[in-house]
Design a protein around this ligand. Structure first.
Ligand SMILES: C[S@@+](CC[C@H](N)C(=O)[O-])C[C@H]1O[C@@H](n2cnc3c(N)ncnc32)[C@H](O)[C@@H]1O
Length: 232
């Protein structure tokens, strides 16, 4: 429902009003973010040795997909929402970029980089380990998972409300006070805990760094997790 109304704002609210993103401005945020994230991977010496295939998991209308295609031979954007995929397909007509609704048909060990921003925070926390296990299945040895997850709400009025009030109340507030067409449930976790969750799914080295600041209300952390040779 959110994607049908405004796929861009649904992907990145970032203090914008609905229907206010210009496509080039929206895609430029993805460009800056991917350059920063891949530079961080290089700085940590975690940059994947092969750059044949990247997966943009929860790609939305493709804010990050095109930017990833500048560093990888092929990119597949996966999104559960058919409306998001329609929008992404309109934005990219390249043989090197494809889209799918699930990771099911992607061959094990075939992906060099999995990138996922502003997606896992909306999943129930109980679904994280199985999601990371699926990522571990997809990654080649030496492959890298980069994802963002909120560390905690900041001390702003909405941030304090997220800290203090139950999720059901915040979901209702998003719909009936903020006027969202549908709620976007939010989760957060401290980096120490998140690293133990990735370890449960078989990831070894996992670095956490603060990344680009998109929202005044959330402290976000980016994770760079390597798939070790012989890992799951
Ligand atoms: C907030 S948007 C972020 C889009 C994009 N990653 C970005 O940063 O611009 C979250 C996206 O995750 C997708 N999504 C949610 N659950 C998913 C799932 N189980 N599998 C794949 N995509 C999912 C949603 O449809 C939506 O497009």
């Amino acid at each position: 429902m959110l994607a049908r109304e405004d796929p861009y704002w649904t992907s990145l609210t970032s203090g914008k009003r609905r229907m206010a993103w210009k496509l080039n401005e929206f895609l430029a945020t993805g460009q800056r973010e991917v350059v920063w994230a891949l530079d961080s991977a290089k700085a940590f010496d975690l940059y994947p040795p092969s750059r044949a295939l990247a997966l943009d998991f929860g790609c939305g209308p493709g804010r990050l997909t095109g930017a990833l295609a500048q560093s990888f031979d092929r990119v597949v954007g996966v999104d559960i929402s058919p409306s998001m995929l329609d929008s992404a397909r309109k934005n990219y007509a390249s043989e090197r970029i494809s889209f799918a609704q699930s990771t099911r048909d992607i061959e094990s060990g075939s992906v060099d980089l999995i990138y996922s921003t502003f997606v896992l925070q909306h999943f129930p926390k109980t679904a994280l380990v199985t999601t990371f296990e699926e990522f571990a299945r997809l990654l080649a040895d030496g492959g890298l998972l980069i994802f963002q997850y909120p560390e905690e709400p900041r001390w702003t009025l909405p941030g304090i409300a997220f800290k203090a009030l139950p999720t059901s109340f915040m979901n209702a507030a998003q719909r009936y006070i903020a006027g969202f067409p549908e709620a976007m449930p939010m989760n957060w976790m401290k980096p120490q805990k998140m690293i133990t969750v990735t370890a449960q799914a078989g990831f070894g080295v996992c670095k956490s760094v603060s990344g680009p600041r998109y929202s005044p209300n959330w402290k976000d952390t980016w994770y760079l997790c390597a798939k070790e040779a012989g890992g799951r």
